[in-house]
Design a protein around this ligand. Structure first.
Ligand code: PEP
Length: 248
């Protein structure tokens, strides 16, 4: 039985005081959600404040991480640093990292390796661009992202893959829930070919312009176990409303 997972990705938004305000409002609104894993991924600077306010009521995640444990890597952050702030999850391979920071599948594989070694729960993002979709390459691209990203690795039981079509991220144009389900099923079967156990235990999320209005349609899909939410997670009330769409 896969435990549903809903993740907020704040990207480069919110100062410390905005983080504190959000956390207080979120705690005021959120229901008892033991059936779900809830994760908020603020910028690194917001981690401590979020932990201090929310304590155990929300899981903390990072939006990125470096593949070495320490050393002369100016501007980077290590798994141990994230763990010391209370993080238990880390998003890896987000399309913004792939596109703006040239992260390829080999880099993402190195980051996944260190996350697994350090017991951070990885959330691997995969997704095709509009051009790749139009050229009927979406399945090939995602197969390659999975195979190269996971080469030689055995992800832990609570990990997740987020299917995030690049053309749906931050655009207001979400994938059709049926198409997202078809891709989630494809991802699950590809994972099953790599390692039979992954077929059953991997949580597959949909991400890309999820809102209060469409979340329930994604949550209703058989192979979709939750969502990775960007823009709509920046408002605590909206994010709570999305969480409430999960039929828990
Ligand atoms: C994301 O940041 O991963 C994302 C899906 O963003 P948005 O919900 O804004 O499309």
């Amino acid at each position: 039985m896969r435990k549903p997972l809903i993740i907020a990705n704040w990207k480069m938004n919110k100062t410390i005081s905005e983080t504190e305000q959000y956390a207080q409002e979120f705690l005021r609104l959120i229901d008892d959600t033991e059936q779900l894993d809830l994760v908020i991924c603020p910028p690194f600077t917001g981690l401590e404040k979020l932990k201090a306010v929310c304590k155990e009521q929300v899981n903390l995640g990072a939006q990125n991480m470096f593949w070495e444990v320490s050393g002369a890597y100016t501007g980077e952050i290590s798994a141990d640093m994230l763990l010391s702030c209370g993080c238990s999850y880390v998003i890896l391979g987000h399309s913004e990292r792939r596109q703006l920071f040239n992260e390829n599948n080999y880099i993402i594989n190195s980051k996944l390796r260190i996350a697994i070694e350090k017991n951070l729960i990885p959330v691997l993002c995969v997704g095709e661009t509009l051009q790749q979709r139009e050229n009927k390459l979406a399945y090939d691209v995602i197969r390659e992202q999975l195979r190269e990203g996971l080469a030689g690795l055995e992800p832990p039981g609570r990990w997740a893959v987020a299917y995030e079509p690049v053309w749906a991220i931050g655009t207001g144009v979400n994938a059709h829930p049926d198409d997202a389900q078809t891709m989630a099923m494809f991802i699950r079967s590809e994972l099953g070919m790599l390692n039979k156990a992954l077929y059953d235990y991997t949580r597959i999320l949909y991400g890309g312009s999820v809102t209060e209005n469409n979340a329930a349609d994604f949550f209703a899909q058989a192979d979709i176990d939750g969502a990775l939410v960007g823009g709509a997670s920046l408002n605590a009330a909206t994010f709570v409303n999305i969480i409430r769409k999960y039929n828990y």
